[in-house]
Design a protein around this ligand. Structure first.
Ligand code: NAP
Ligand code: HSE
Length: 438
C-alpha cells in the first residue's frame, strides 16, 4: 500500500518530537497503521535550525502554504501555534481536502466551531489528541472510551507549566521567575507564558473537554479564568495545615441550571490522588454516571510526550481514511446536529466551597461579626483557625473554610466583611473542591 504522506507545519518542540518519534518507531507504527506514515515536507521560519533537526532527506520550506497546497500531502500536522496563521492554514488544508492533526488548543477553543463545520462539510478529519493534557489520551477516553456515560463533571490539572511552578516553589522554595524560566527552557511553556500562568491555556483545554464531554459547542469566551500569579506562600502553607493542597484546576460540571466552566487555583484534600500530581505531570478526573470517577495521568507537555499524542492521531486518521465520513467518530463526540444549547453559567452562579483568609484585629466580637455575616447569607462554616499575630502586628490571620454555597453569596459576604472596621485589607478567597467520587 502507498505510504501516507504527512506535511509538518512547524519543527519546534512538538514538531521536532513528532519527527523523532515517527522515525524511531517507524516499523512499530506501520505495523499498527497498516501502511507507512512518512513526513514528506515541513515548514519552518529558520531553515538552518530545521536542517539540524531533520537532516537533509526532508524537504523543508519557509512558506507553510506550500505544504497545505501540495497535492501529495495527505495529512497536514499544524504545530505552529497561535490563532491567525494557524487558522488560515488549517482552513486551507481542509478546503484542499486534507485531513488535519493539530496540538493547538488555543485555535480549537476559539475557532473550533468554524473549523469542525468546515471539516464536516468537506468530509475530512481534524484530530486533536495533543491539544489537551499532552501525552494523556484524554480525548480518546472522553470521545470513545466513556461514550456510554452521561458525563457529570471533569476536573483536571491540565497545565504542566503551572503545576511545575507550584511544585518547585513549594518543594524547593524557588522563586516564581526562576521556575518559569526553567519551564520555558524545557519547552513546556506557551510562546506567551502568561497563557500558562494566568490560566488561559488551561481554559482552552477545559473548553475542548467540556465540548466533547457534554456535547456543546466550544465556548472559550464564557470560561472563567484565574491564574496562579496572585497566589501567596502563606495561603499554600495554611492550606497544607488544614489538610489541603492548592492546584490550578480546570473544572467543568453539568448542573440543573447549566454548565460550569472555570479555571482557578483550588484547594483539594491532600489525600486525593490528584493532589499528589507533581511537576509537569497532568491528571484529569472524569466522573461518568455509569463508570463513576476515572483518572488519567501522565506528562502534559514536552517534545515526545506531546508527539506521542500527535502520532496516535496520525495512526487513527490513517486507519479511518477509507471509511465513510458519516461513520467516523464525530469531531465533538456527539453528532453535529445533536449538540446541546445548555448555557455556560457565569461564575457568580457557580456552586462550590471556599477558603477565606482575613486579617482581623485581635479583640472581642470580631469573629462573631464575621460568622454573623456568613450565617445571614446562609453560608455555613466547615472549619476555622486563628493564627497568633506576628510580632509587632496587631492583626491576626483568620482562615475559614465554608461549606458549599453560590459564588454570588460569598461575594456579598466578602464585601460586608471587608467593610467591618475590625478587618484590615482585602479578604483572600480561594475556591475549594472535595472532588468526591460518589
Ligand atoms: P515551538 O517550539 O515554538 O515551535 C513552533 C514551530 O513553528 C517552529 O518550528 C517555528 O519555526 C514554526 N513557525 C512559527 N511561525 C512560522 C511561520 N510563520 N512559518 C513557518 N513556520 C513557523 O512551539 P511548540 O511548543 O512546538 O508548540 C506548537 C503547538 O503545540 C502550539 O499550538 C502549542 O500550544 C502546542 N502544544 C505544545 C506543547 C509543548 O509541550 N510545547 C504541548 C501540547 C501542545 P522556527 O523554529 O523556524 O521559528
Ligand atoms: N504550555 C502547556 C503546558 C503545554 O504547560 O501544559 C502543553 O499544552
Amino acid at each position: 500500500m502507498n505510504p501516507i504522506n504527512v506535511g509538518l507545519l512547524g519543527l519546534g518542540t512538538v514538531g521536532g518530537g513528532t519527527l523523532t518519534v515517527l522515525r524511531r518507531n517507524a516499523k512499530e507504527i506501520t505495523r499498527r497503521a497498516g501502511r507507512d506514515i512518512v513526513v514528506k515536507m515541513a515548514a519552518v521560519r529558520d531553515l538552518e535550525k530545521a536542517r539540524k533537526i531533520a537532516g537533509s532527506e526532508l524537504e523543508i520550506v519557509t512558506d507553510p502554504f506550500a505544504v497545505v497546497n501540495n497535492p501529495d500531502i495527505d495529512i497536514v500536522v499544524e504545530l505552529i501555534g497561535g490563532y491567525t496563521l494557524a487558522k488560515d492554514l488549517v482552513l486551507k488544508a481542509i478546503a484542499n481536502g486534507k485531513h488535519v492533526v493539530t496540538a493547538n488548543k488555543a485555535l480549537l477553543a476559539v475557532h473550533g466551531n468554524e473549523i469542525f463545520q468546515a471539516a464536516q462539510a468537506k468530509g475530512v478529519m481534524v484530530a486533536f489528541e495533543a491539544a489537551v493534557a499532552g501525552g494523556i489520551p484524554i480525548i480518546k477516553a472522553l470521545r470513545e472510551g466513556l461514550t456510554a456515560n452521561r458525563i457529570e463533571w471533569i476536573a483536571g490539572i491540565i497545565n504542566g507549566t503551572t503545576n511545575f511552578i507550584l511544585t518547585e516553589m513549594r518543594d524547593k522554595g524557588l522563586a516564581f521567575d526562576t521556575v518559569l524560566a526553567e519551564a520555558q527552557r524545557l519547552g513546556y511553556a506557551e510562546a506567551d507564558p502568561t497563557f500558562d500562568v494566568e490560566g488561559i491555556d488551561a481554559a482552552h483545554k477545559l473548553t475542548i473537554m467540556a465540548a466533547i464531554g457534554f456535547g456543546i459547542p466550544m465556548q472559550f469566551d464564557k470560561a472563567y479564568t484565574e491564574g496562579i500569579s496572585k497566589l501567596t506562600k502563606e495561603d499554600i502553607t495554611y492550606a497544607e495545615q488544614l489538610g489541603y493542597r492548592i492546584k490550578l484546576l480546570g473544572i467543568t460540571k453539568r448542573t440543573d441550571k447549566g454548565i460550569e466552566l472555570r479555571v482557578h487555583p483550588t484547594l483539594i484534600p491532600a489525600k486525593r490522588l490528584i493532589a499528589n500530581v507533581e511537576g509537569v505531570m497532568n491528571a484529569v478526573l472524569v466522573k461518568g454516571d455509569a463508570v463513576g470517577a476515572t483518572m488519567y495521568y501522565g506528562r502534559g507537555a514536552g517534545a515526545e510526550p506531546t508527539a506521542s499524542a500527535v502520532v496516535a492521531d496520525l495512526v487513527d486518521v490513517t486507519r479511518m481514511l477509507t471509511s465513510d465520513p458519516e461513520h467516523r467518530v464525530p469531531h465533538l463526540a456527539f453528532q453535529p446536529d445533536a449538540l446541546s444549547d445548555a448555557p455556560i453559567l457565569p461564575i457568580e452562579e457557580v456552586r462550590t466551597s471556599y477558603y477565606l483568609r482575613l486579617k482581623a484585629f485581635d479583640k472581642p466580637g470580631v469573629l462573631a461579626d464575621v460568622t454573623r455575616i456568613l450565617a445571614d447569607l446562609g453560608i455555613s462554616i466547615d472549619a476555622m483557625i486563628q493564627k497568633e499575630p506576628s510580632e509587632g502586628e496587631e492583626q491576626a490571620d483568620v482562615i475559614l473554610l465554608t461549606h458549599e454555597t453560590v459564588e454570588k453569596f460569598i461575594n456579598q459576604a466578602i464585601a460586608k466583611i471587608e467593610a467591618l472596621s475590625s478587618i484590615s485589607g482585602k479578604v483572600i478567597r480561594i475556591r475549594l473542591e472535595e472532588l468526591n467520587s460518589n
